[in-house]
Design a protein around this ligand. Structure first.
Ligand SMILES: CC(C)(COP(=O)(O)OP(=O)(O)OC[C@H]1O[C@@H](n2cnc3c(N)ncnc32)[C@H](O)[C@@H]1OP(=O)(O)O)[C@@H](O)C(=O)NCCC(=O)NCCS
Length: 154
């Protein structure tokens, strides 16, 4: 999937992430979670496991050799839905390139994959402070329908 960036005139390609992309995805993850120290070994292991899993699609947005966006889709089953749901995680676009259509292209590609996999919905959770992202999702047809409850295990 290729999207024309009208601001820069460049072509943005939405493509599956490859193992060698890890070092380029890492700075984007730092932008997504600026206060969180990342354990590189643990992140690498999860990244590699995700790439190998048939129930996950790791996508990135490339502008030439540069990776300017990233997001993951997890396919999981759901008794309530009586079918599968595509769960969007880790969506982030480089802060210099936001507002130019890259996030929309990543979400559209994830929706396309979820449909092809027979999912009945796409869903995600998003922190309270991400008000701009909430507006982004709502303007793309996502509706708030639940709270996320989370407990730390010690
Ligand atoms: C949310 C995010 C992925 C959207 O990607 P994007 O490439 O900026 O999105 P697009 O250019 O396709 O669309 C821009 C839309 O998002 C909105 N937007 C949200 N955050 C924005 C930001 N930081 N900069 C510019 N636009 C932003 C714009 O107002 C615009 O709204 P509209 O088209 O509905 O009027 C991206 O802004 C981002 O990485 N934000 C920080 C990380 C984050 O919060 N991720 C979501 C985790 S749940």
């Amino acid at each position: 999937m290729t999207v024309r960036n009208t601001q820069t005139g460049s072509n943005i390609t939405i493509r599956p992430t490859r193992p060698e992309d890890f070092d380029h995805v890492l700075p984007l993850l730092h932008q997504l979670w600026p206060a969180k120290p990342l354990d590189l070994g643990a992140a690498r292991a999860i990244f590699d496991r995700g790439l190998a899993s048939e129930n996950r699609a790791y996508l990135c947005a490339g502008d030439g050799d540069e990776i300017i966006g990233f997001g993951t889709l997890i396919i999981r089953d759901c008794l309530w839905l009586q079918g599968d749901v595509g769960y969007i995680c880790d969506l982030v676009v480089d802060q210099e390139r936001r507002g130019t259509g890259v996030g929309t292209a990543l979400v559209e590609k994830m929706i396309e994959i979820a449909r092809l996999r027979g999912c009945l919905r796409v869903e995600l959770d998003s922190g309270f402070h991400r008000t701009e992202a909430h507006r982004f999702y709502e303007r793309r047809g996502f509706a708030k329908r639940a709270f996320l409850f989370s407990r730390v295990l010690e």
